[in-house]
Design a protein around this ligand. Structure first.
Ligand SMILES: C[S@@+](CC[C@H](N)C(=O)[O-])C[C@H]1O[C@@H](n2cnc3c(N)ncnc32)[C@H](O)[C@@H]1O
Length: 237
């Protein structure tokens, strides 16, 4: 599997934006490849993300959080060297305006990165992750939260290719060599099952689906679905 350095090692860092950053998970991936001096701004529209983000990067003064709507970024055009979005495109009704905002704030010659899991071509154990994701999406949807099912790989490639970037590279990341029935997996997933089954209150079919998926983790096992990382360069205008 390609490492962060294989994918990003040729970039010099500079000023980086991570859109829909949540608690900043993807920034750890970036830090494995980019120079320590890189300034990273994580933005998210959920104020609760700010607390977890601040805790995760409390010792990194050059990494900070700003409350922003990805559809209306307040940053100047051409003001970042690298703009990323990870595992979030399926959290928007229409991800294209977000991608266009990301391209707008990127300087010519800068890089745009999309990292997103996809649903096709997965093994049975990875399909457990895909089914889980789709169950979370269904539970969020009945609670009025925008959360779509995951995309097909082809759809993601088409979306990024449509942005008119240059030197587009595609990397497929999977960790399917780990033990799919490691008891640690259920220990980690159990509180998530509990939370989502509670959120599905009043929707017995959704609650039953959660119980079935919990059993599937035991019977079939779990691997993270393959993630596509697409990286391209913004042309000079
Ligand atoms: C699954 S999380 C991904 C977090 C992180 N990027 C990661 O890879 O772990 C999706 C994030 O999208 C954020 N989000 C959804 N709509 C948004 C919007 N309009 N503007 C900014 N962030 C948004 C949510 O608050 C959530 O933190």
């Amino acid at each position: 599997m390609p490492t962060p350095k294989d994918i990003l090692g040729h970039l010099h860092g500079g000023r980086v934006l991570d859109v829909a950053t949540g608690s900043g998970n993807f920034i750890h991936f970036l830090l494995d490849a980019l120079p320590a001096s890189t300034e990273i701004i994580g933005v998210d529209s959920n104020p609760r993300a700010a607390t977890a983000f601040a805790e995760a990067f409390k010792d990194r003064p050059n990494i900070h959080f700003e409350l922003e709507d990805a559809l209306h970024l307040s940053f100047d055009s051409h003001s970042f060297d690298l703009v990323c979005i990870s595992n979030s495109l399926h959290h928007f009704d229409d991800p294209l305006p977000v991608l266009r905002q990301m391209k707008r704030v990127l300087r010519p010659g800068g890089h745009l990165l999309v990292s997103e899991m996809y649903r096709d071509g997965q093994t049975e154990t990875q399909m457990t992750h895909v089914h889980l994701h789709h169950w979370w999406a269904a539970v969020d949807t009945v609670n009025g939260i925008v959360h779509r099912e995951t995309y097909q790989r082809r759809e993601l490639v088409e979306m990024v290719a449509g942005l008119g970037l240059e030197m587009l590279t595609l990397h497929d990341l999977s960790e399917a060599d780990e033990n799919p029935k490691d008891p640690e997996i259920l220990t980690e997933l159990d509180p998530v099952f509990a939370r989502y089954i509670q959120r599905a209150e009043g929707h017995p079919a959704l609650q039953a689906r959660g119980e079935e998926l919990r059993q599937r983790v035991l019977d079939i096992g779990f691997h993270s679905a393959t993630t596509l990382i697409a990286l391209g360069e913004k042309p000079n205008e």
